[in-house]
Design a protein around this ligand. Structure first.
Ligand code: AMP
Ligand code: MG
Length: 524
């Protein structure tokens, strides 16, 4: 194999418990952390796109990405010598309810690799059935695979913790999906993505052992996680599990703050979709805020309850963390340290959330009214449809000596219906800009300096839902150019990138109700 430093490891599968049954028939897998599986052989794999920056991080050469071996191994056609792919057993709370065993129903871990002292796990998504597939086919369609590949790398470039995506391949097979869940299934192109992360351990991996009262399995997993991923935990005994919880909870909340900063809505924040590394994982019916709306969720399955709406993501993260605490509790047998931390997190979150918004607003000094100003902004933004990304990017161009009325004039293009910004709404905006200007007068930094700082946290380019859909439509027709253009564009989301203005505009009207551009189902 043409890996520059082929330092392949098998720690998860050699140090934890394997399933004694070795077939992929769906079943309850007890007393095991994983099951060995063999990826499905695709009919005619074709490489659509490979991320050379991800390849470099894990020690794969550019040349290798073009090889037949790469095509075969990362489409599932061949199992690399001396490796044994496996699917992991996990459970989870789905939409607030305990769902029992879920597991890698269509994800298969190939192997671990250590490169530059960093450990990575490589995982295929959509490479066929496993014991955890339940009634599913273990496959993934092209549209959702493009969305995962593009968004993972866009998020990484935005500085949002995320799993990475090495490659996107067509399998040459057809996959039957009822995209709208309306009784009209149709065949779509099948695809496989290779995801990369330190590990794919989720909150749900701990939950399943706690739910089954398998204390041995729970402790093995916790000890394994600490040993390989949180070596900074040096305390021993029960205290180390409390520390594990603390690190995971903090990184999870940190990730949510990033989501709120860039306007990302995950869509399915079930506990099986929460990474132990605080990484955004499982890109399904996610979406990006076009017009700012805290009640918005792209997930049609969640249309009624809106549990996973944008504005609810912090509370849900907190709820999920609580479930992780419940799962780790049997290893500690004392609720007090968890309860104390949970209370602390709430306070810390407020503080960090406000700091994140201060940065978005270009405020370097802290002022006691900042939380009020931020809250007022969010209320004002909800009055008339205003594009979140455009708004914050434009905000950096404000000069301290401008007048609120004049600023609002300049902001016309950020509104979806500028004609609605009249009367009370106009006044509310002028009031907010007046308060903001007043607040800026306490800042010593020059306008130019503030602009530079703000443009580092307020992206110019995000993967708007309609943009991903344009890439999908083109790839379906065999044209990979839009996908490649977006991939490159989104590598530098904070740069001006002259000539690329067409990707930093409001969602076009045609996309407002189009399937895939506004609402998405879980079908993938
Ligand atoms: P998700 O909502 O994508 O996080 O998936 C929830 C559970 O369903 C996980 O255990 C997945 O592995 C499983 N799953 C989703 N889609 C499929 C599929 N097409 N075939 C088998 N399992 C699936
Ligand atoms: Mg999932």
């Amino acid at each position: 194999m043409n890996i520059m430093e082929p330092d392949i490891r098998h720690n998860f599968s050699t140090e934890l418990k394997g399933d004694i049954v070795e077939n992929n028939i769906p079943r309850q897998v007890v007393n095991a952390h994983y099951s060995y599986v063999i990826p499905r052989i695709p009919t005619r794999p074709v490489l659509v796109h490979a991320a050379s920056n991800v390849a470099a991080e894990i020690g794969l050469s550019e040349e290798y990405l073009c090889s037949q071996a790469f095509l075969e191994i990362f489409s599932g056609a061949t199992v690399m010598a001396n490796t044994r792919p496996y699917a992991m057993c996990y459970g989870g709370h789905q939409f607030g309810h305990w769902a029992g065993q879920l597991g890698d129903g269509r994800a298969i871990n190939l192997f671990e690799v250590v490169h530059n002292q960093r450990r990575w796990t490589l995982q295929l998504k959509g490479a066929g059935r496993t014991p955890y597939s339940r009634s599913g086919d273990g496959l993934a369609v092209l549209r959702s695979s493009i969305r995962e590949h593009l968004c993972s790398e866009a998020m990484h470039a935005l500085g949002v913790p995320t799993t990475r995506s090495l490659s996107l391949m067509l399998t040459g097979d057809e996959v039957l999906r009822d995209m709208l869940y309306d009784g009209h299934p149709a065949y779509e192109k099948g695809a496989v993505v290779c995801r990369v992360a330190p590990s794919f351990i989720r909150f749900g991996n701990f939950q399943i052992f706690a739910a089954r009262k398998d204390m041995d399995g729970l402790q093995m997993l916790a000890d394994y996680t600490i040993k390989y991923f949180f070596p900074s935990i040096v305390v021993t005994g029960k205290e180390k599990y409390v520390q594990l919880f603390k690190i995971v909870a903090e990184s999870t909340l940190d990730m949510i703050i990033h989501w709120q900063r860039v306007g990302f809505v995950h869509g399915v924040m079930n506990t099986d979709n929460m990474s132990i590394h605080g990484l955004t994982i499982d890109y399904g019916p996610y979406g990006w805020m076009d017009n700012y709306d805290p009640d918005w969720t792209p997930n049609t399955t969640d249309k009624e309850q809106r549990r996973y709406r944008f504005g609810n993501q912090p509370d849900i993260a907190y709820w999920n963390i609580l479930q992780l605490a419940n799962a780790l509790y049997p290893l500690v047998e004392d609720a007090a340290p968890f309860e104390e931390m949970l209370a602390d997190f709430e306070k810390a979150f407020e503080e960090r959330f406000t700091n994140m918004y201060r940065a978005k607003l270009g405020l370097e000094v802290k002022h006691e009214d900042d939380a009020w100003l931020i809250d007022l902004l969010n209320k004002t933004m909800s009055l008339a449809e205003v594009d979140m990304t455009l708004f914050f990017r434009m905000l950096s161009s404000i000069k301290k000596d401008q007048y609120p009325q004049q600023i609002l004039e300049d902001f016309q293009q950020a509104f979806y219906h500028p004609e609605q910004v009249v009367g009370e709404i106009k006044l509310a905006w002028e009031r907010w800009f007046a308060n903001y200007l007043g607040r800026l007068s306490h800042e010593s930094a020059e306008d130019a300096h503030r602009k530079l700082q703000m443009n580092r946290v307020n992206p110019k380019f995000v993967l708007r839902n309609y943009m991903a859909q344009l890439a999908i439509d083109a790839v379906e027709e065999g044209d990979y150019s839009v996908l490649e253009e977006l991939f490159t564009l989104l590598q530098q989301p904070y740069e001006e990138q002259p000539g690329k203005e067409k990707w930093s505009v409001k969602r076009p009207d045609w996309a407002k109700e189009k399937i895939g551009c506004s609402m998405l189902s879980c079908s993938s």
